[in-house]
Design a protein around this ligand. Structure first.
Ligand code: AMP
Length: 150
């Protein structure tokens, strides 16, 4: 079990800008926002990564994420947003307590290039996505092993 900064926030030992709380989940404004409205949705269970989280807390997270996203959209005027969830240091996780980022994306607040907002700019999450390939054989083999564990 970890005792992260988020556990301390959950126990109100550290102050935060809490925007939602129920028996299983809190949501707080991110202290280093990528964009206006950047919010963290955090289960109260102190699991470090998603694979360690109980079904009950996972369900509670899933239940509130859409509602919180709707409120953020409405308040910020964002039409698009990313939900990001990092697991492990190599995946960019800094705080070892499960959390979902809701990050509004504002391309219209970025640079205007040739009269149009540049999609590569503006506040929000920007990722580099380099798709690979998956052969039929690889998919069957990999899928078989994963399915066996589910
Ligand atoms: P991650 O890299 O997915 O672990 O993201 C951790 C996030 O937690 C970062 O976006 C931080 O800005 C945010 N964060 C860290 N400490 C606090 C805090 N005390 N209150 C609010 N957000 C925090």
């Amino acid at each position: 079990m970890t005792d992260s900064i988020f556990s301390k926030i959950i126990r109100n030992e550290i102050s935060s800008h809490k925007i939602y709380e129920d028996d299983f989940v809190i949501a707080i404004l991110d202290i280093g926002p990528l964009s206006e409205g950047h919010t963290l949705v955090i289960p109260k269970e102190p699991a470090a990564t998603m694979d360690e989280l109980s079904d009950g807390h996972a369900a509670a997270l899933g239940r509130v994420l859409p509602r919180i996203a709707r409120a953020i959209k409405k308040v910020t005027g964002a039409e698009s947003y990313n939900i990001l969830q990092n697991n492990g240091a190599d995946a960019g996780q800094a705080v070892e307590h499960v959390h979902f980022h809701i990050i509004p994306r504002f391309v219209d607040r970025g640079e205007i290039v040739e009269g149009k907002p540049d999609k590569e700019n503006g506040p929000g999450l920007r990722t580099t996505w380099k798709p690979g390939t998956l052969t039929q054989e690889e998919a069957v083999e990999l899928g078989k092993h994963i399915k066996r564990l589910l």
